[in-house]
Design a protein around this ligand. Structure first.
Ligand code: ADP
Length: 630
């Protein structure tokens, strides 16, 4: 018998499985049963789309057999089976190598359900088995083969016998240790319990031979009680998929279990939406909103989509057309008997039925989110922290096509209490005379809070929205207005906080100082304008932007791989009440050379406050020391 080595990745994974860091070993059964169910799905699908295959689907089943003496647990199915090559390819390697890196990095984090997150399925058998044998005959073939492995050492493939098509997975259960009583996986009631717990929704019957003790019928009423042992096959699972059941009969726990089984996420979802549509178009859907971001959400591996069934038969694992991009985080299943089975990728895109279902799901999810925001703010904040970014992208993308649907779901931190506030809440508690919705951008809430211009607006008694995601301002610009109020970045040069009189006074002062500013500008030509401001109370300077592009947007845009760097039109504003204003006036009269040096330093300070870097730090450092040494 030739023993082949596993591919390195598989070997590592197998090693981790055998010396499992993972305490919840019992899930192995779920994984094997789920593979059996997939194999039946595949054959079912073939039979429906290929008229040459004629199978009585009522014979489809999964069998569990226990042999306590041999310590074997066998899971059999009459599904599609595997050819020799498929045994080799499917069981000798793992496709998802990414999972391994993650697993190794997280060895210590016990509570992260790696198996669940990555579905390394089949290999989990090695958590409880000293030997795994898979005997399989591919549908339509006359030859059966078996695959066998005792762990990391390797595996072998041999010609074997099997009467019919299908697969047997034969696990030789490990001997008990002090820590782990593996023998329990050979007990009927334990296995039944696991099937109920993890695989109840499987749509094929999971059969098991069950032994009962029966009271023997008495010939004479006075006879002693006598028992007899009766064995018979029993279907353990409930069969009907959860989404086809009546909502009122389903416990929350069942919804959660189904979610974790199906979507490999062991943190409970934050909401589920179970609906049944009847009428011209009949379909059922069970949609989940996860409570946290999947580890691969922002990688190209992540695919949005819902599982698509045609009357109970899986026809697509992830149908992207059912989900708009900004809801790419939702998981779930859709089942419609109105869908053709042999739907292909192209026809799916044009399918009117799918478009209708998709619309329906979108509406339901948005309504659920709205409801959560209103009635369960804590949950909503948890959700928003995980996926709020998607909603903001949703506002901004597609030229703002979806902004009206999404604007009320947005939240921003507020200067009032640093808590999240919706735009509706903000505008409803705005001061009467307040013209605009003010917002400020920065890396963190605390950093934004320190921006000089924020102070100015706060001093007016107005609330400021704190934007800490770079997409925030793009979304806000796309919205343009909310409840007829315009959005204003506190760092723009026209804040509209002042009265006519104040504006006039400041204008005069600036006009008087025009010549001085022109001299200063010679030292800092990249700046569009310099002026005095009355909005700062303690800070000497701040940087504002004049055009459509704010300094924050400049930062965000330039962090992307684009050729032409973008620059905000910057305005250096100097606090007219600050001592520095007087000093500048003096220098203007007495020492124009030093005035220019001051201009450079002040501009550098303003840039630093804004979180921008200084182009020539050495020059600034030298200038500062020179000024300090005077
Ligand atoms: P996954 O199920 O996530 O693809 P697994 O490691 O559990 O990963 O299984 C690997 C592959 O082996 C499956 O994708 C399938 O092609 C094949 N396989 C496993 N069990 C069976 C089975 N009972 N019948 C047919 N094919 C199977």
């Amino acid at each position: 018998m030739k023993v082949k080595e596993f591919k390195t990745e598989s070997k590592k994974l197998m090693d981790l499985m055998i010396n499992s860091i993972y305490t919840n070993k019992e899930v192995f059964l779920r994984e094997i049963i789920s593979n059996a169910s997939d194999a039946l799905d595949k054959l079912h699908y073939e039979s429906l789309t290929n008229s040459e295959i004629k199978i009585d689907t009522s014979s489809f089943n999964i069998r569990i057999d226990v042999d306590k003496d041999k310590r074997t647990l066998t899971i059999s199915d009459n599904g599609i089976g595997m050819s020799k090559e498929e045994l080799e390819n499917n069981l000798g390697t793992i496709a998802k190598s990414g999972s391994l890196d993650f697993k190794e990095n997280n060895k210590k984090k016990k509570d992260i359900d790696i198996i669940g997150q990555f579905g390394v399925g089949f290999y989990s058998a090695f958590m409880v088995s000293s030997k795994v044998k898979v005997v399989s005959k591919k549908y339509g073939s006359d030859e059966a083969y078996s695959w066998m492995s005792e762990g990391v050492k390797g595996y072998s493939i041999e010609k074997d016998e099997r009467e019919n098509y299908g697969t047997d997975v034969i696990l030789t259960i490990k001997e008990d240790t002090d820590d782990e009583k593996y023998s329990k996986f050979l007990e009927d009631y334990e296995i039944q319990g696991l099937i109920k717990k993890y695989s109840n929704y499987i749509t094929y019957p999971i059969k098991m031979e069950v032994t009962h003790q029966h009271l023997k019928e008495k010939v004479n009423p006075d006879d002693k009680d006598e028992y007899e042992t009766v064995t018979h096959d029993e279907v353990i699972n409930d069969l009907i998929p959860i989404w086809k059941r009546n909502q009122k009969d389903i416990k929350d726990e069942e919804y959660d279990t189904f979610y974790s089984d199906k979507f490999f996420d062991y943190e409970k979802p934050i909401r589920h939406i179970h609906t049944k549509a009847e009428g011209t178009l009949e379909f059922r859907s069970l949609i989940y909103i996860p409570s946290h971001m999947p580890y691969d959400y922002y990688t190209k591996e992540y695919e949005k989509g819902l599982q698509l069934y045609s009357n109970g038969v899986l026809i697509m694992e992830k149908c992207p057309d059912l989900v708009p991009d900004y809801l790419s985080f939702i998981k779930g299943v859709v089942d419609s008997s109105d869908l053709p089975l042999n739907i292909s990728r192209e026809t799916i895109q044009q399918n009117r039925i799918l478009a209708t279902i998709s619309k329906n799901i979108e509406t339901k999810v948005l309504k659920e989110l709205e409801d959560m925001q209103k009635n369960a703010r804590e949950d909503y904040i948890k959700f928003y922290n995980a996926f709020g970014m998607q909603l903001k992208y949703g506002v901004y993308n597609d030229y703002g096509m979806n902004k009206d649907k999404l604007k009320d779901l947005l939240m921003f931190h507020s200067s009032k209490d640093k808590q999240f506030v919706t735009l509706k809440e903000y505008t409803e508690r705005m001061e009467k005379e307040q013209k605009n919705i003010y917002y400020a951008c920065g890396e963190t809430v605390d950093k934004v809070d320190l921006i000089p211009q924020v102070e100015a607006v706060k001093n007016k008694g107005y609330e400021v929205l704190y934007c800490t995601d770079y997409v925030d301002e793009f979304a806000i610009k796309m919205l343009n207005k909310y409840a007829d109020k315009e959005f204003k970045n506190v760092c723009t040069d026209s804040l509209e906080l002042d009265s006519e009189e104040e504006i006039e006074k400041l204008k005069k002062k600036n006009e008087k100082s025009k010549d001085m500013f022109n001299i200063m500008k010679e030292a800092i030509p990249e700046i569009k304008d310099i002026r005095f401001t009355n909005k700062l109370s303690n800070h000497p300077v701040c940087l504002s932007s004049a055009g459509e592009i704010s300094v924050e947007m400049e930062k965000a845009l330039n962090s992307m791989p684009i050729d032409n760097k973008i620059s905000a039109e910057k305005v250096l504003e100097i606090n007219e009440k600050h001592k520095i204003a007087k000093k500048l006036n003096e220098l203007y009269k007495e020492d124009k050379k030093t005035l220019k040096k001051y201009a450079k330093v002040l501009y550098a300070q303003a840039r630093l406050i804004e979180g921008l870097s200084i182009e020539n730090p050495t020059e600034i450092s030298n200038l500062m020391t020179e000024i300090m040494s005077k």
